[in-house]
Design a protein around this ligand. Structure first.
Ligand code: HGY
Ligand code: MN
Ligand code: MN
Length: 407
């Protein structure tokens, strides 16, 4: 049995028009108008396929055919980064939907039901992994209260706007005993598969991420009358931190360590006033928990040292703290067997992007299948995977799902 290639490609093209940007990318941050439209579109596709659709308290969307017993879950996310690509997340959800449709069309009786899932806010418009955290029972009242976008809008407000109560997310934890396995097909978003000429990646570990909001506070002063040595310029602290954090990770990290400052805000943000406050996000990643812990401790020290050197005060808040997660070796083997049967070349590799699979993987066996990304590009409209690679990946997914669901 094979997936229906044309139907999957058409679904990807259709979803890719929702939130389309002039640059050819898509913007569907969680709970935006485009995200809501994508949610309605997916629910209509689920119903058109004759599956039972459901939305839980966190806004996660499910599609199921048969009931009873622990499920084999398959999915990913519909939300995107601003001006991102059309495949990140969408591929895993739509390939999952296609697999369920094929099993239903063929009337295959499975020992374990298949269930489709599209998780809420994987990309982190409000912090990240809201849906999978709720699903895994790892969400708290405090975490919900802290979930805000960069404009300061809370997830409670965003969900309230569409008639949902964010507190409901706390009551929709899924019993781990109800999950036999979770599979996520995803684009690699890096250059490894393409360089190695492998068509299917089998993920061994997913990177850990620690994301902080760092604030430097100094003093607003006149940009003309205040001599440089008399200033408490908050932005100088931020600039120094960015430079030195980069050096710190290069010298103390491993080739799998990352640091990124992806957002910065300066107050009052006026050309002729010395910056009184600078806020930035500092994100660290590593596949080793011990290394990630070491790097975050060293980065925290660095923030305080830099603040002192520039006569500033500083504070650090945690936005995201997610551990590296090794994926199930049994499920890796199932993917390997599926790929071998289909004659696909494979390689094992780590995932350097965060994925819902690492949250689900903390409570149940989880696995990821990667397909190549041209030039390793992602989180950009330049994201591209060939139709043949998409087709191969989706067929490996279908084959692996059947192996785990028990025909
Ligand atoms: O940020 C990430 O790694 C992912 O794309 N959510
Ligand atoms: Mn992404
Ligand atoms: Mn993704």
């Amino acid at each position: 049995m094979q997936i229906n290639r044309q139907r999957l490609l058409q679904d990807l093209a259709d979803l890719g028009t929702i939130g389309r940007t002039p640059e050819g990318g898509v913007s569907r941050p969680s709970w935006s108008e485009a995200d809501l439209e994508a949610r309605r579109w997916l629910m209509a596709r689920i119903q058109a396929a004759g599956l039972t659709g459901r939305v839980d308290g966190a806004g996660n969307i499910f599609g199921r055919w048969e009931a009873g017993g622990p499920v084999v879950l398959v999915g990913s996310h519909l939300d995107t980064v601003p001006n991102g690509g059309t495949l990140d997340g969408a591929l895993g959800v739509l390939a999952g939907l296609e697999c369920l449709r094929r099993v239903k069309e063929e009337g295959i009786r499975l020992r374990h039901p298949l269930e489709l899932v599209a998780f809420t806010d994987e990309e982190g418009a409000f912090g990240g992994f809201f849906g999978s955290y709720a699903f895994a029972g790892k969400l708290t009242h405090d975490a919900i209260a802290r979930s805000r976008d960069v404009q300061g809008r809370s997830i409670t407000e965003a969900m309230g706007h569409v008639g949902l109560d964010s507190a409901q997310a706390l009551s929709d934890r899924r019993d781990p005993a109800d999950i036999r396995a979770y599979f996520e097909l995803h684009i690699e978003q890096g250059p490894i598969l393409e360089r190695q000429r492998a068509s299917v990646g089998i993920v061994e570990t997913i990177v850990g991420i620690q994301r902080f909001g760092v604030t430097f506070r100094g003093r607003a002063d006149h940009a003309g009358t205040t001599p440089l040595q008399d200033r408490k310029d908050a932005l100088m602290g931020a600039a120094e931190l960015i430079r030195r954090a980069h050096d710190l990770i290069l010298t103390e990290g491993t080739p799998a360590s990352r640091v990124t400052v992806g957002f910065m805000h300066v107050k009052p943000g006026v050309p002729n006033i010395v910056p009184a406050e600078a806020y930035l996000t500092l994100e660290l990643r590593d596949v080793s928990s011990a290394k990630l812990e070491q790097l975050q401790a060293r980065s925290r020290d660095l923030v305080h040292r830099v603040a002192t050197e520039w006569g500033l005060t500083s504070s650090i808040e945690t936005i995201l703290n997610i551990n590296p997660v090794p994926l199930s070796t049994d499920l890796q083997q199932a993917i390997q067997s599926a790929a071998d049967e289909l004659g696909c070349s494979t390689m094992r590799l780590p995932a350097m992007a965060g994925h819902d699979a690492q949250v689900v993987g903390s409570i149940a066996p989880a696995a990821m299948i990667f397909v190549p990304s041209r030039d390793g590009r992602s989180h950009s409209p330049a994201e591209f995977t060939s139709e043949d690679d998409i087709d191969r990946g989706a067929n490996v997914l279908l084959n692996a799902l059947l192996r785990c669901s028990g025909t």
